[in-house]
Structures are given as structure tokens and as C-alpha cells.
Design a protein around this ligand. Structure first.
Ligand code: DGL
Length: 285
């Protein structure tokens, strides 16, 4: 890919429906400390997990265009629901830009490969949003990596919303997690994919419910490794010597994003700017 002057020092764009993708950004900040990042949380249209594939493609195009127009040199889709519906269409859209192609990396393939490597029994579980489960994207990615691995998928319609709202871990949340984990225990899986970027926030609860021998696969590390390789292969690495900067955009309330975001990122968030994605009507979740 021919790089124009200054491309190396442009930010990596990262997006999610809300603050869940910050669990992915956290790993990227650790793995690629010299890079700059620009994160967009489409909080006004959260949750994505109950959207149709058509809506998810429209929203993803709009968010991707915003980040690329603001200079993103690479795009990370840190949302499983958006990846499941829009990754292929996004890749084709961003490869045809007159101003130069931008590579797109999604969460599903890196996590699926990590799960296939981790399982010893060939029985893998998936916890994800209804949109992600309905797409069959994990089943396809796992079948491509190893046709002998069987996937038991569980749609979790409410968990991301509870987490995004800044949940208290009370009996209701514990009961919800137990009911989502029950089919996975029944299927005797040895590996569970956290197929939603919000779910690492309830990792201890999931691990306790599923038992200590079950391996949990979260999106962060697997995708950070994929981004590192893409940066190296594309010759896109920042020339900066010290630590890079990271900035935030959201489509909803800035202060709620900042407050919830710090819990997810476990690093300071100084400034959040609200961005109006005006081409599409904002539909409340
Ligand atoms: N972060 C989204 C995902 O990974 C889940 C939350 C939502 O429903 O928007 O699918």
C-alpha cells in the first residue's frame, strides 16, 4: 500500500456502540504505546446488539467515514455486533477510497482463532448479543479454522445494557449471568468466547459461574496482536519515540461516556467530544 507523507503518524481509529470497545482499546494502548488512537463510541444509538444487519451496516459506514475523515490510518471495529454484520462491507468500502485504502480489522476472527487454539475437547461456547449470534459469524469463523470444533451459542440480550449503565453486582445480575451460562455448562464446553466487548467487565462472575477449568477468550489481546501485525506489514508504524495520545468521540452525553469509560479503560480519560452523525437519524435504543 503506498503511504502518503505523514500517514505513519496518524491515529488508529477504533469504534464501538458504546464504552465496551474500551476493553479492546486498553489492550491496544498496552501493546502499541507509541501509536495515537481515536475512539468513537456511538452511545446515542447503543445498543447495537438488537439492531438489524442493515442498520448495523449503515451505522458502521457512518462511523467509519467519520474516523477516516479525521485521519484514521487503520480501522478497528471493537464491536462484535458491528463486526458480524458489517466487516466485509466495510473492507470493500474502505479499500476503494480515492484518498487511499484503509485496512479494517474486526474482533471475530482473532477471537475465534484463539478459541480453536485453546480448546482441548473441541466444545466451545459463545456468549454474545442477539445480533452477533443470529449472524452465525463465529460458527463460520470457527468452522474455517477447525471443522471439528462444535460451538454452543447463547444470545445475551440484556447483559451489555446492564454493564453499560454502570451496574451494581446484585442478585439480579448474578441470576442473569447464571441463566446465560447454563446451556454452556450443559454442553460441557472447555472454552468460552466473550463475544461482546462489554463482557470482560463481568469476567470474574463468568469464571466463577463456569468453573475454574473453563478458558475464557476475551477480544482484547487477540485483536491487539492482529493490529500489531497489520501495522508492521503495512509499514504504518508511528515514528514517535515516546507515548502516543488517545482521544475520544461519542454521539451521546460526554460526561456519562467519560465516567463509564474510565472503568472500562482503566486509564485516565481527559476529554470527550460529542460528534453529530447527522446523515442518519439518531434512533434511541
Ligand atoms: N459492544 C457491543 C458488541 O460487542 C455490545 C453492546 C451492544 O449491544 O451495543 O457487540
Amino acid at each position: 500500500m503506498a503511504m502518503s507523507h505523514g500517514t505513519h503518524n496518524r491515529p488508529i481509529g477504533v469504534f464501538d456502540s458504546g464504552v465496551g470497545g474500551l476493553t479492546v482499546l486498553h489492550e491496544l494502548l498496552v501493546a502499541l504505546p507509541h501509536e495515537d488512537f481515536l475512539y468513537l463510541g456511538d452511545t446515542a444509538r447503543f445498543p447495537y446488539g438488537s439492531r438489524s444487519p442493515e442498520e448495523l451496516v449503515d451505522f458502521s459506514f457512518e462511523v467509519a467515514d467519520e474516523l477516516v475523515d479525521r485521519g484514521a490510518k487503520l480501522l478497528v471495529v471493537a464491536c462484535n455486533s458491528a463486526t458480524s454484520a458489517a466487516l466485509v462491507a466495510l473492507r470493500s468500502r474502505l479499500s476503494e477510497r480515492e484518498a487511499g485504502a484503509v485496512a479494517v480489522i474486526g474482533v471475530i476472527s482473532p477471537e475465534s482463532q484463539a478459541a480453536v487454539v485453546a480448546t482441548r475437547t473441541g466444545r466451545v461456547g459463545l456468549l454474545a448479543t442477539p445480533a452477533t449470534v443470529a449472524s452465525g459469524a463465529y460458527e463460520d469463523a470457527i468452522a474455517a479454522a477447525d471443522p471439528h470444533v462444535r460451538v454452543t451459542s447463547v444470545a445475551c440480550p440484556d447483559l451489555a445494557t446492564v454493564i453499560q449503565r454502570g451496574f451494581q453486582i446484585d442478585d439480579d445480575v448474578v441470576g442473569m449471568v447464571r441463566s446465560y451460562c447454563a446451556p454452556l455448562k450443559e454442553a460441557d464446553v472447555d472454552t468460552v468466547i466473550l463475544g461482546c466487548t462489554h463482557f470482560p467487565l463481568v469476567r470474574p462472575l463468568l469464571q466463577r459461574t463456569l468453573g475454574p477449568r473453563v478458558r475464557l477468550i476475551a477480544p482484547g489481546r487477540a485483536i491487539a496482536r492482529r493490529v500489531e501485525c497489520a501495522i508492521a506489514a503495512g509499514g504504518l508504524g508511528s515514528e514517535r519515540v515516546g507515548e502516543g495520545e488517545y482521544r475520544f468521540l461519542c454521539t451521546g452525553d460526554e460526561e456519562s461516556f467519560r465516567e463509564a469509560g474510565m472503568r472500562f479503560l482503566q486509564m485516565p480519560i481527559s476529554e470527550v467530544r460529542r460528534v453529530g452523525l447527522s446523515k442518519l437519524e439518531i434512533i434511541s435504543g
